[in-house]
Ligand binder design. Structure first.
Ligand SMILES: O=C(O)CCC(=O)C(=O)O
Length: 317
């Protein structure tokens, strides 16, 4: 599989325009949008039901957000996953679960959100994540990890799988911070409210904690600073499915972590069940799941990224 490349262009050789050009949607104007009632409750219930059923399965092995390693489920006392799942849509050894994830990510309702906020066209899904309970996520720009070249063309989609309240550890954004790339070392991203330099450089950078209801979708662009609070208590969950997209034809930037093997092919993304959403992850889901099962037994440091602060933004407790 080809490593991630910085120069993917569409087959027509064209590079799509910037996310915000010619549009006057909340996403284009403000860098984020909250779309109410986008995803039907039945699809969410089916996904959560399936997740509940596989939690103790020996085939349930995945790459975990937070540690970047291949792991077995780490359940808390309430039966919720402490470790969140990277790329649940690739877990082919659990076909029922994988299909329920795909029925949301590669769906017409989600496509409508992208279409209405970012414009007509074909989108490529880069990666997906599933959070079963609240984890803290350090404030960041997605552009530090995955973005188009030039930056600002990746759209994050955060799908609420339950009603989110303040004590869940909500997703939060910093208004008007999407004017350009910010150096990860420029501010104290753990405490932006008290960082004088941040306040001075971004006087409009008010923190907004978003409280979507089940089925609502938050979209944001890859330059908007965002993160998530820790939950107020252990019993609070914050179930969500997240996916990142870019317009087919945009070049993508090089990855901060160099790997000799990539599951992504941005030059020739695969088709999905939705004709206007492609998949950058081209690895066969059964092979991906098999790798997760095998590698979870090894726990090699080679498989844990570079381990620097940039890659470790989730709090696992
Ligand atoms: O849900 C979260 O905790 C954070 C998600 C996020 O930051 C992202 O997808 O970029």
């Amino acid at each position: 599989m080809a490593p991630a490349t910085s120069q993917a262009t569409s087959s027509a050789g064209t590079v799509a325009s910037n996310l915000s050009s010619n549009l006057s949607t909340p996403l284009a104007r403000n860098g984020y949008a909250l779309i109410k009632g986008a995803i039907p409750a039945e699809r969410i219930d089916a996904l959560l039901d399936s997740l509940g059923r596989i939690k103790r399965s020996r085939r349930f092995r995945f790459r975990a957000q937070g540690t970047n390693s291949f792991e077995a489920p780490n359940l808390d006392g309430h039966g919720n996953l402490r470790n969140s799942i990277h790329n649940p849509h690739l877990l082919g050894a659990l076909p029922g679960f994988q299909q329920k994830v795909e029925a949301i990510i590669f769906s017409e309702p989600l496509y409508r959100c992208l279409h209405d906020q970012a414009g007509e066209g074909v989108y490529v899904n880069w990666q997906t994540m599933l959070f079963d309970r609240s984890v803290g996520t350090r404030n960041h720009q997605d552009s530090w990890y995955l973005d188009t070249d030039p930056p600002g063309g990746v759209i994050g989609a955060w799908i609420a799988l339950e009603d989110i309240t303040m004590d869940c550890g909500p997703f939060k954004i910093y208004e008007r911070t999407n004017r350009g790339r910010i150096d990860p070392g420029a501010y104290d991203f753990g405490d932006l409210e008290n960082d004088r330099a941040f306040q001075c450089d971004h006087p409009e950078g008010r923190c907004v904690r978003l409280l979507p209801a089940k089925g609502d979708v938050i979209l944001w662009d890859s330059l908007l600073v965002h993160g998530a609070d820790m939950p107020a208590s252990d019993v609070k969950t914050r179930k969500s499915l997240t996916a990142h997209f870019y317009r087919h034809g945009r070049a993508v930037q090089d990855q901060p972590i160099k790997r000799s093997f990539s599951i992504y092919d941005h030059r020739q993304p695969a088709t999905s069940r939705h004709k206007k959403i492609l998949k950058a992850a081209t690895i066969h889901p059964l092979l991906y799941s098999g790798l997760c099962i095998g590698l979870s037994a090894i726990r090699s440091p080679e498989l844990v990224g570079s381990g620097n602060a940039l890659t470790e933004i989730r709090t696992v407790n």
